[in-house]
Design a protein around this ligand. Structure first.
Ligand code: DAH
Length: 334
């Protein structure tokens, strides 16, 4: 067979093999076998040099055209096979139900906080905020609790640095001072927020927990206002069977100071008569002096209670640590 007659059948066989390759790997092998350095088609091209001079131009043209055709076919087959490799192996069943995206929920502590805030807002309170990294003055001194005061022992915390001793606030009471320093009376605020104590975690304690502080300052404010307000809010949040009891207590920033005990069917279910739930009292005149309010003119009350304890009561949770573990089996239930 003459040289020219060999080109076409060889090209056809190469094309057939390239187009039949079932995957990229086989395609690469076929490429090597035909147009690689030792390929059959390459061998044919090498014979070009042995042809008589007058046959060379026509043969060269033909062979180049064939090579281009093979390369184009190779590239087309390669992208076809690459696309095929990315497609799913199984056919898609378009009738299957869609995959639902899980919808998040508010943490139970957030839900309880929101409910308490909502109850206070109905009575005209607004939410105030303050820093979790506090200074000693706002957390203790301005609240009439100097460095040598025994009340500091029960509220030991993490001091972040030396003088001026920034610390992790032990209670939201520090925000009372910040708000009074920044505006004149009257004041009606609540302060939900995170607080820190040097405590070991157990079923009822955690080094981090949450409080809501309340502060009401105006002329002629009484303990009666305090009792009425707190009772209205607790009934709103925990049900109308709630009963409160006020016991004398001591806090350095209130005088007189009281502790609030609480009971309802849930408390009875825990086998208890009363549960201690909050501290409160009439704002101490010294605290007013510290923020520049005239204690002869202004009166006020304040309270603070733990949010976890109320959430535990409401949902029947017996271990406070569950709130912080982020276990969705727990969180999903609320
Ligand atoms: N700060 C107190 C605590 O963390 C709670 C408290 C008591 C807040 C009396 C007050 C208050 O505002 O008047 O235990």
């Amino acid at each position: 067979m003459s040289f020219l007659n060999e080109i076409e059948p060889l090209k056809q066989s190469a094309l057939a093999e390239l187009l039949a390759a079932p995957d990229v790997q086989t395609l690469e092998q076929a490429k090597g076998a035909w147009i690689g350095p030792h390929g059959k088609f390459t061998a044919l091209m090498k014979q070009l040099g042995t042809l008589p001079k007058e046959e060379k131009p026509a043969a060269g043209k033909l062979i180049n055209a064939a090579k281009t055709e093979l390369e184009t076919a190779l590239a087309a087959r390669r992208s076809e096979l690459e696309l095929k490799a990315t497609l799913p192996k199984e056919p898609t069943d378009w009738t299957l139900p869609g995959r639902r995206r899980a919808v998040g929920k508010l943490h139970p502590l957030t839900q309880v906080t929101d409910d308490i805030v909502r109850a206070f807002r109905k009575l005209g309170f607004v939410v105030a905020d303050g820093p979790e990294i506090e200074d000693e003055y706002h957390c203790f001194d301005a609240l009439n609790t100097p460095a040598d005061h025994p009340a500091r022992d029960s509220q030991d915390t993490f001091y972040v640095a030396a003088d001026p001793r920034p610390l992790l606030r032990t209670h939201t009471s520090s925000v009372q001072i910040r708000v009074m320093q920044s505006q004149p009376p009257p004041i009606r605020i609540i302060v939900p927020g995170r607080v820190y104590r040097r405590d070991n975690a157990d079923a009822t304690h955690n080094p981090t927990f949450h409080q809501i502080e309340g502060l009401y300052v105006d002329k002629g404010v009484t303990v009666g206002d305090l009792k009425g307000t707190v009772e209205a809010v607790f009934k709103d949040v925990l049900g109308s069977d709630v009963k409160l009891r006020f016991r004398p207590h001591y806090f350095s920033y209130t005088e007189p100071s009281l502790e609030i005990d609480f009971t309802n069917a849930l408390v009875k279910k825990l086998g208890k008569d009363w549960l201690e739930i909050a501290g409160c009292g009439m704002v101490h005149p010294q605290v007013f002096e510290n923020v520049g309010y005239d204690p002869e003119v202004w009166t006020g009350w304040a309270f603070g209670f733990g949010i976890e304890r109320i959430a535990m009561l409401r949902y029947g949770i017996t271990d406070i640590r569950l709130f912080y573990e982020n276990d969705t089996r727990f969180l999903k239930q609320f």
